[in-house]
Design a protein around this ligand. Sequence first.
Ligand code: ADP
Ligand code: ASP
Ligand code: MG
Length: 607
Amino acid sequence: MSLLVQKFGGTSVADSNKILAAARRAIQAHQRGNQVLVVVSARGHTTDELIALAKEITDKPPAREMDMLLSTGEQVSVALMAMAIESLGVPAISFTGAQIGLVTDSYYTKARIKNISSDRMAQALADGKIVIVAGFQGVDENYNITTLGRGGSDTTAVALAAVLGAGACEIYTDVDGVYTTDPRIVPEAGKIARISYDEMLELASLGAGVMHSRSIEFAKKYGVPIHVRSSFSDAPGTWIVGEDDARRLGVAVTGAALAKDEARITILGVPDRPGVVHSIFHKIAKANLVVDMIVQNVATAGEAEVSFTVAKGDLAETLVAAEAAAKSVGARGVTHDAGVSKVSVIGLGMRTHTGVATAMFRAIADAGINIQMITTSEIKISVLVERGAAVAALRAVHKEFRLEEVHAFPQAEFKPETSTTRAMTLVPLVEVDTNGNGNGNGNGGNHGPREQGMEDLVVAGVELDETQGRITLFDVPDRPGYSARIFAAIAEAGVFVDMIVQNVSEDGKTNLSFTVPREAVARAEAAVRPIAGGQVAIEPSLAKLSVVGVGMRTHTGVATRMFGALAERTININLINTSEIRVNVGTGIDTGQAALDCLRQAFDLKG
Ligand code: ADP
Ligand code: ASP
Ligand code: MG
């Protein structure tokens, strides 16, 4: 008998009728012969209301009490859902996070799951009951109630699917799938039939609120197919699956996302020597702040500028850490801008299609919008723009890539039974239940590692690429259209651009660096020189080191550990590029092999 996990979000359980409708869905799946486990969120706007209530009492509610408060929302939902299912004649039982032994660390309001004991759920399922679990909550080792962060019920659902070896995890919500961008902002957005874990990880972490990004980390690690669909219709939704199941030929860009409330911090006059970046980000990681775009431009006169973004809400705390970091490395100062947003495009197809950057920059320039900062990774390009222009930039980009025509590229229907979606091979998969609980779900429940925290960082590998060279344009004018022209010239020369880094300008001018295949460096240089304006520098070859895995960004320590390992070997970093699935740095070509070795050591990987 196969196990199905169904998760109902807040709007899907907002009132008694909706709870009954959700109960019927669970019962239908049960009647089709599945074991059914239901995860529910707090009803409607309950969580927001509880937060507002706390704020009425105090500006700074203790985090522990916040979690005590917020977890009540989900507890109400599970009880009502169990009553609804029972009232429709099927046995059901509800559990809180604590009751299923969902143990987390003690970071209140953003706790990570360490482990889950499946016994009690498995027993109830084997008894023929529909099991209902409260999403978003757990307990730490001292039985303090914790929550997983806003939107965390998705993560509970996928984690349970992983631990119990479910065939699939259905996410019922108020949209009928994952769209090319948030349909509330761009009504022309189209529904994507299938999307890969990596694309969804990037989309979710770049602002698409439809899935909690940590839930996709679980799905990828443990190979859980996710079906995002509407609570209010039977239309097929979007499958989030492994790459082979998701690939769409001929499509470069799969989706676009907007992270509206970002803040940019720049450390000025950072001395260009090994170890400096490490000490900066070490201080910030210690404050447990998630740093987003990290951009370091090529140093001029022995000084570089390092910029990064954080969620606007984290700005005050980040500034304190950044100022201290700047002082300790002897940098000139810190500037910030709280009025920026990040617009990104993502797509597996970017690995092979040229011209995506050009088209994106062109579309934004044509809308008269200035690009303040650029970072790229293999499957995404992010730009920072002024907040007031962000929606216009998103629309322009969406239109440029004709994302509303997503239906023009139909994909065959996905079936979990025939899927090639598998757990990541490099994850240590340890038996979850050694006591043979007989839950008979056919998968043996062997998806969850026990010894380590389930959400621990997973690094799949370290890579060295010595095939590229770098071009830097100095004193790039800070006005719309410049980068579009540069990359158009390069695309015309038929050169594939890999990493692009542009830092924010401090005095109306900045530097723009990008990497291209070594053999194309001269051609690319010739193409841009006539339009570059300022000085052009080339580095005929460089070493690109990448740490690859899942959750690279949500685990604040990855970049720090990487920078730290390189600093210890006095290897200088001259280009940084981060994403949800990898952190890339550029170093001198002669240090590539040494860098690779020390990174393997730092991340406990065998050579
Ligand atoms: P739930 O309460 O069910 O968890 P959420 O509000 O967390 O629902 O997520 C659903 C919402 O996510 C949608 O209503 C939509 O506005 C938003 N959203 C953002 N980006 C996307 C996207 N790319 N595709 C679909 N929905 C998106
Ligand atoms: N109720 C929580 C929230 O609103 C968790 C969730 O809905 O996923 O963030
Ligand atoms: Mg949600």
